[in-house]
Design a protein around this ligand. Structure first.
Ligand code: GLP
Length: 243
């Protein structure tokens, strides 16, 4: 794991965008694994700005997203498809047919997960996968568990995650209780991983992810075993660690 310490969220976003941009410049038909949540918002803003300046071309890029709430359609403002469309896809010259997010409208979990796995096998492992970190150590929506799941699966969201994500919904009851998520195995097979972590509220869990034992109880800890994993974290997120 390579840890890149930055001052604050602004610097984190700039650096993460630069690394993704470098990937696209070097390989215009890259497969980008993308993430949602508050952490990547600034990164996407910078990528959009680079596109607007004529420095970045997304026309040959394919994207695969980590996860989606079960039961939410792409037209729902809280869905991750909607998030991706508004923060990135509708603002750059990407071919929308080449942007993939699990289908939250498919009520049959087995069907939804199988379809996404087939897609992931077809497009291949992402050249670079962007990851945020949940307060309970989840990556994608791989919640703490007694084992690591290999491929896409349906997950029951933990109380911590529901509490953390309710800020985006009108009320707690509106937060979906399940999600479809890419598995840990799929994430680990990506060529490069780029993890972005910001804020004091992530300091304790980041320390466990980086310096604690590798265990499915802290899903992000598996990243210690990835051969090409970069963590960009700000001073607040690193405040519990001496690096
Ligand atoms: C969400 C998403 C994750 C994200 C994480 C952290 O629930 N499923 O992909 O990385 O939680 O979110 P945030 O960046 O808002 O703290």
């Amino acid at each position: 794991m390579q840890i890149c310490k930055v001052k604050n969220y602004q610097e984190l976003s700039r650096k993460a965008a630069n690394l993704i941009a470098a990937q696209v410049i070097l390989k215009p038909d890259s497969v980008l694994g993308l993430a949602t949540g508050s952490s990547p918002v600034g990164t996407y803003e910078h990528l959009v700005a680079m596109y607007e300046n004529g420095d970045l071309d997304f026309s040959q890029v394919t994207t695969v997203n980590l996860d989606e709430y079960k039961g939410l359609a792409g037209s729902d403002e809280q869905s991750y498809r909607y998030f991706m469309n508004t923060h990135l896809f509708h603002k750059v010259n990407i071919d929308h047919a080449h942007t993939y997010v699990p289908d939250g409208t498919e009520p049959d979990a087995e069907k939804a997960c199988q379809a996404y796995n087939e897609l992931l096998h077809k497009v291949g492992p992402a050249d670079i996968q962007l990851l945020g970190l949940g307060h309970d150590g989840h990556i994608g929506f791989n919640e703490p568990s007694d084992h690591f799941e290999d491929e896409t699966h349906c997950i029951d969201l933990t109380e911590t995650t529901i509490q953390a994500n309710k800020r985006f919904f009108e009320s707690e009851e509106d937060v979906p209780k399940q999600a479809y998520t890419m598995g840990i195995g799929t994430i680990m097979r990506c060529k490069k991983l780029l993890v972005i972590v910001s804020g004091k509220d992530k300091a304790q869990i980041l320390k466990q992810v980086v310096q604690g034992p590798v265990t499915p109880e802290v899903p992000g800890s598996i990243l210690q075993f990835h051969p090409n994993c970069t963590i960009i974290a700000d001073e607040d997120a690193l405040s519990e660690m001496t690096i």
